[in-house]
Design a binder for this molecule. Structure first.
Ligand SMILES: Cc1cc2nc3c(=O)[nH]c(=O)nc-3n(C[C@H](O)[C@H](O)[C@H](O)COP(=O)(O)OP(=O)(O)OC[C@H]3O[C@@H](n4cnc5c(N)ncnc54)[C@H](O)[C@@H]3O)c2cc1C
Length: 334
């Protein structure tokens, strides 16, 4: 009989990725609805000590699989280990982050186990009657939300967008650690890793920022974004953007918010010259406070904004910077 919610905990260089922690929070909620447990799957080399972090964020148990061959992510080897876990423990639900690793691993496993997989979910719920997992994801460019269920096969599997599920902290700091080992399907790894190259970006991760100043096509060009640096400095904010600005080559793709960019939920999202297309809103509408500046009073961004300013951002941004500076200077004098 399958039971419990299993979460693949992604790590790189033995540092846990945020998405795994977020998923534990969601898994906790789903497990409580089902009266089942949350199990973290921690795979790598010397990763066991991270188990404690998982307990603090909602896991009841952690299955640790360690091997020097698992130091870096390799499709086949990791899939062998997760497959081993699924075969042995028969989970009801298995969740992965929709990262490049999760998107590689999950379909490989779904095919091997012969079960259903829903990719890139933004909402997960247990149907109160059928107790099935309802997996919701945007489809057709975000114009349609599809809710998908996997009735007959187990486990029910989903990859989930990073940044969508809020992580939780619980008081519990320990739980059961199960150390396990599974056979690799090949004596030698089929794919060998030659080198991992890290691209150093000068930009900070926009998903980590408390305040985001986001510019769209209304910024008019790359120099428009340059004018935001002063305000960003005053506010301690990072700069983000819509896809239109990325496609125009005004700003790096790593700064893009939205369905095909990143999902953010900062304390303040300042949307400047962004119309508020549904694909953009999908990545930012859960921000605590949204302030929009747009010269078109009919722009859909105003539907989600807590505060809307109709006007030309070229006039408003310098004013705003000046006001914020004055405010800061005043508070420093006190
Ligand atoms: C499959 C798919 C995936 C997509 N994924 C994403 C995604 O991840 N993120 C994303 O952002 N988009 C995404 N898009 C694109 C999306 O549909 C929109 O085209 C895009 O968000 C528009 O960007 P924008 O709001 O900056 O530009 P526009 O829609 O062109 O809006 C510019 C706005 O600026 C205002 N403006 C102009 N000048 C000024 C001024 N001087 N002062 C004040 N306001 C001014 C205008 O009134 C207008 O509202 C996707 C589209 C598809 C089909």
């Amino acid at each position: 009989m399958s039971k419990d919610i299993y979460v693949f905990i992604e790590q790189r260089d033995n540092k846990l990725e945020k998405v795994g922690i977020e998923l534990l929070g969601k898994a906790r909620e789903l497990a409580d609805d089902l009266g089942q447990e949350v199990v973290g799957m921690l795979i790598g080399e010397n990763v066991k000590e991270e188990a404690e972090v998982l307990f603090r964020h909602g896991a009841d148990k952690v299955i640790v699989v360690e091997d020097p061959r698992l130091k870096e992510y390799l499709s086949e080897d990791y899939a062998d280990m997760v497959y081993g876990i699924i075969e042995k423990y028969e989970p009801e639900i298995v969740l992965f982050g929709a990262t490049s690793i999760g998107r590689d691993l999950a379909p490989n496993l779904a095919a091997r186990v012969h079960t259903g997989l829903t990719a890139d979910c933004t909402k997960l719920e247990i149907d109160p009657e059928s107790k099935l997992l309802m997996m919701t994801r945007p489809a057709f460019g975000g114009n349609l939300m599809a809710t998908i269920v996997c009735e007959d096969f187990r486990p029910q599997m989903a990859t989930v967008r990073p940044g969508v599920m809020p992580s939780i902290e619980v008081e519990k700091t320990d739980g059961e650690v199960i150390e396990d080992k599974f056979e690799f399907s090949h004596k030698e790894p089929v794919v060998r890793l030659k080198e991992v190259l890290k691209i150093e970006s000068s930009k900070k991760d926009i998903t980590e920022a408390n305040i985001l100043i986001s510019g769209g096509r209304g910024m008019g060009g790359p120099e428009g974004f340059d004018t935001l640096n002063g305000l960003a400095k005053e506010l301690g904010a990072e700069i983000a953007s819509s896809r239109a600005a990325v496609d125009s080559g005004w700003i790096e793709k790593s700064q893009q918010v939205g369905q095909t960019g990143k999902t953010v939920r900062p304390e303040l999202y300042l949307a400047l010259g962004i119309s508020g297309a549904i694909q953009h809103l999908a990545g930012m509408e859960d921000s605590d406070l949204i302030i929009a500046v747009n010269k078109d009073d009919g722009a859909p961004i105003f539907d989600v904004a807590d505060l809307g300013v109709v006007g030309d951002l070229n006039a408003i941004v310098p004013k705003l910077e000046e006001l914020v500076r004055k405010e800061r200077e005043l508070s420093e004098q006190l």
